[in-house]
Ligand binder design. Structure first.
Ligand code: AR6
Length: 334
């Protein structure tokens, strides 16, 4: 998965580069900076002394010394005042400059802490949003695996409102497998609500078709495999393969495997990630999942959260992953 949110101590990450939330002196400090210097040993400080500091929003690279990571990229985040002093642009710059530096040094795997979100006071939810936006934008253009490392889960939450909203949705919809009748009745009442766009598209496409042709197409689609449906939907949406797998947060190798094997059975999170990237309706998502041997269930928190987002037409995979993370569920992607 090109972008992953993980809970860990960044000093334990075995990646090409970890990013340090440093200060302008680059001579160490508290928080993640202190932890990185302690784990790397004195060699890191000695190299940092040669760098002449670093401006806010910029980044510099050193070796990793005793760390499992090969390099440390030191970046200096903004001190948050009130959000009106250019903090966001500076924080974006930290991520962008660090990623560019990592790319120039040939790094394939990079781990970031949530820069500025500790001592420097940047609100954690906004800091995470900036991280996700810049990193996912970068990954549309470059092949790399990037981790956002969340150290302290208690200190990290999606917005209170979204969290409460999803929690209520889970409470309202969580049902025992055997009393799943509600789901059916809801679907019967509003089967197309979340897919007006695609319904109209289907309707427009089919209006010149005879009933026989239409039936013929539908029968062929019953036998379609997951991989065939995926490729058909990519064509129908008029997007490229790369646009699809990048938006799904799936790496190119896995996509090639699926493309070349019509009987490929993806994992459930992978299948859902494609449904999200193709912006399928709930009904189409279920259809795609069935082809991979899965279903969305109302007795599963993960599934209800997915349903929450699809039924609201929110197909931002990173936001969905943030919410899944907050509810301790596995994330979408490979
Ligand atoms: N692994 C991953 N994340 C961590 C770790 C860890 N081991 N330790 C803390 N965090 P902060 P800033 C998280 O304060 O806000 C230093 O003194 C932490 O929970 O380290 O950019 C520097 O020298 C928080 O979410 O960095 C500067 O003076 C995030 O890392 C100043 O602090 C960043 O918190 C920089 O402040």
């Amino acid at each position: 998965m090109p972008l992953e949110i993980v809970r860990n101590d960044i000093t334990k990450m075995k990646v090409d580069a970890i990013v340090n939330a440093a200060n302008r002196s680059l001579l160490g400090g508290g928080g993640v900076d202190g932890a990185i210097h302690r784990a790397a040993g004195a060699g890191l400080l000695a190299e940092c002394r040669t760098l002449g500091g670093c401006k806010t929003g910029e980044a510099k690279i050193t070796g990793g010394y005793n760390l499992p990571a090969k390099h440390v990229i030191h970046t200096v985040g903004p001190i948050y005042e009130d959000g009106k002093h250019g903090e966001k642009a500076l924080l974006e710059s930290c991520y962008r400059k660090s990623l560019t530096l990592a790319k120039e040094q040939g790094c394939e795997t990079v781990a970031f802490p949530l820069i500025s979100s500790g001592v420097y006071g940047y609100p954690k939810d906004q800091a995470l949003k900036v991280a996700i936006d810049v990193i996912s934008g970068f990954l549309l253009e470059h092949e790399m695996t990037v981790y956002i490392v969340i150290f302290d889960k208690a200190a990290y939450r999606i917005s209170e409102k979204l969290f409460t909203d999803i929690a209520e949705y889970i409470d309202d919809n969580y049902v025992n497998e055997h009393t799943d009748y509600r789901r059916e009745s809801i679907r019967m009442r509003a089967p197309r609500q979340a897919s007006i766009g695609s319904f109209e598209a289907d309707f427009c496409e089919c209006k010149e078709m005879s009933v026989e042709d239409d039936l013929d197409i539908r029968i062929k689609q019953i036998d379609e495999s997951f991989s065939q449906m995926l490729l058909r939907k990519i064509d129908e949406k008029g997007i490229t393969d790369a646009q699809c797998y990048k938006k799904a947060n799936i790496d190119r190798k896995l996509f090639s495997k699926i493309r070349s094997d019509i009987h490929y059975k993806p994992s459930k999170p992978t299948a859902i990630a494609f449904a999200i990237s193709l912006e399928l309706s709930l009904e189409e998502t279920e259809d795609m999942l069935r082809k991979a041997g899965f279903a969305l269930s109302r007795s599963n928190k993960f599934d209800i959260i997915i349903e929450y987002f699809i039924s609201r037409g929110n197909y931002n995979i990173f936001e969905i992953n943030e919410a899944l993370f907050a509810f301790d569920q596995s994330l979408l992607g490979a």
